[in-house]
Ligand binder design. Structure first.
Ligand code: F6R
Length: 244
């Protein structure tokens, strides 16, 4: 894993936005995997700004979001689809038919997961997968467990993950859906290039375990150690527990 440090969240977001703009210039039809959460909000803002200044063109790119809550539709204000509309999709020139988000209201969730895997394969696989990390080490919604799923699947969210998403549901963890759909570990690890971003002191411990700890299903992000092309972009606070 290569690790790049930034003095703060803003510097990180700016650098990564420029890197994505360069990647799309080199390969306009790139397939991007995208996270939601607090961490990428500033990045999405920077991408919107670069696009507004005509320094970034998404017109031929394809995107696949990592995960979505189960039981709510794309129009629900708490859905990740709504989050993406607000923070990125409404601000850049992605073509609507190349935006892919799991449908949490699909009548047959298992079939929806299969459809998603087929769509990723049909797009040629993911070129650049962006990731955040949960304080418990989850990536996507692959929560710490005795076993992890390889492919896009239905998942039960932990209490801590529901608490971290409460803001999307009026601040009430109890209103956060109990289940979600998520890309699996293999879906993520098959991306050609992975960039994980983390900011703030609350991520320091899981970053240390991800980088230096054993590869274990109890820390799903530790599986990134087996991938040949992973970049970690961290602010100083998130990197504060890494031994150097
Ligand atoms: C969400 C996702 C999650 C988040 C993680 C960190 O699409 O993939 O794994 O990246 O929960 O969330 P924040 O950025 O809110 O700390």
């Amino acid at each position: 894993m290569t690790i790049t440090l930034f003095k703060d969240e803003r510097a990180l977001a700016r650098a990564l936005a420029l890197q994505i703009a360069a990647a799309l210039e080199a390969r306009p039809e790139a397939v991007l995997g995208l996270p939601t959460g607090r961490t990428p909000i500033r990045l999405y803002h920077e991408l919107g700004t670069l696009h507004a200044h005509r320094q970034l063109d998404f017109s031929r790119a394809t995107t696949f979001n990592l995960d979505e809550f189960l039981g709510i539709g794309p129009d629900h204000p708490g859905s990740y689809r709504a989050f993406m509309e607000q923070h990125l999709f409404s601000r850049v020139n992605l073509s609507a038919d190349r935006i892919n988000v799991l449908n949490g209201a699909a009548p047959d969730p298992e079939r929806e997961c299969e459809r998603y895997e087929t769509a990723i394969a049909a797009a040629g696989g993911i070129d650049l997968q962006l990731l955040g990390i949960g304080t418990n080490g989850h990536i996507g919604f692959n929560e710490p467990a005795r076993e992890l799923a390889g492919r896009t699947h239905r998942v039960t969210l932990t209490r801590s993950t529901r608490r971290s998403n409460a803001a999307l549901f009026g601040g009430e963890a109890d209103r956060v859906p109990r289940e979600a759909l998520s890309m699996g570990m293999a879906t993520i690890l098959h991306a050609r290039h992975i960039i994980l971003i983390a900011t703030g002191k609350s991520k320091a411990k899981c970053i240390e375990r991800m980088v230096h700890g054993p590869i274990t299903t109890k820390m799903p992000a530790s599986f990134l150690q087996v991938h040949a092309n992973v970049e970690l972009m961290l602010d100083d606070a998130a990197a504060s527990a890494i031994r150097r």
